[in-house]
Design a protein around this ligand. Structure first.
Ligand SMILES: C[S@@+](CC[C@H](N)C(=O)[O-])C[C@H]1O[C@@H](n2cnc3c(N)ncnc32)[C@H](O)[C@@H]1O
Length: 214
């Protein structure tokens, strides 16, 4: 792997301003438990994209669906961007993560409407009716290719599919042949070539792709 990625990550972290108290507490939790969360550098991107999307759309509520929410760190960033003007669906196959998310959201006095789905994220998505403005893809990488087919028809025009880990610690451009890396390569090809999406990878942290629904 090139030395650029860790050095870039370190620099971006250094210039990132302090976060609200509860978010910083959640960051300490991730470090202590070695939890694979999106982190503050990419968290700011979620905040920025949500704000940009909402500013360009005069809707009463921005509907967000997270595929893989963990204990709510990424949802927290979406929520502080939009406040009461967001409906955020959280999914996780570990119910205790969602319980922790509830605790942190209460502690941070967040104003968004939260809907919690314990169990498989894609199953929860298919059981939830309606279209969404933003979908975050952050589940196990083997399931990534399935996300495109499920999500694209359910995104509003101009909506965003945001996908984490598309650089995968540099393994995608190395010689790795393991199944997770293969899945990410396949997913990347799908979101770059899909006729209904326009995608770019932002090379921060582990690579966050922003796909806009055309
Ligand atoms: C990488 S973590 C990210 C959490 C969150 N997006 C963040 O950045 O703070 C992904 C979470 O999704 C859960 N997960 C992975 N695959 C899943 C699936 N197919 N269905 C439901 N949850 C899943 C994992 O247990 C983990 O808690």
């Amino acid at each position: 792997m090139s030395d650029l990625l860790p050095a870039l990550d370190k620099y971006l972290l250094k210039i990132t301003p302090p976060r609200p108290k509860t978010l910083e507490e959640m960051e300490r939790y991730a470090k202590k438990h070695d939890f694979p969360y999106i982190g503050p550098v990419a968290g700011r991107l979620l905040y920025q994209q949500a704000l940009l999307h909402a500013t360009n759309n005069s809707k009463a509520k921005t509907k967000i669906f997270e595929l893989g929410s963990g204990y709510g760190y990424s949802a927290y960033w979406f929520s502080i961007a939009l406040g009461a003007k967001a409906e955020i669906h959280l999914t996780d196959n570990d119910e205790s993560n969602l319980e922790l998310a509830r605790k942190y959201f209460k502690q941070g006095r967040l104003k968004s409407k939260f809907v919690y789905h314990a169990g498989d994220a894609l199953e929860s998505f298919s059981k939830t009716r309606g279209k969404f403005d933003i979908v975050l893809s952050d589940i196990h990488k083997k399931d990534y290719p399935t996300v495109v087919k499920a999500v694209v028809p359910r995104l509003n025009k101009g909506g965003l599919l945001i996908s984490d880990n598309l650089i995968w610690s540099g393994k995608v451009f190395g010689k790795n042949r393991d199944s997770a890396t293969a899945s990410i390569r396949k997913y990347t090809k799908l979101v770059y070539t899909h006729p209904k999406l326009f995608t770019t990878i932002i090379p921060i942290r582990d690579g966050v792709a922003i796909s806009i629904k055309l």
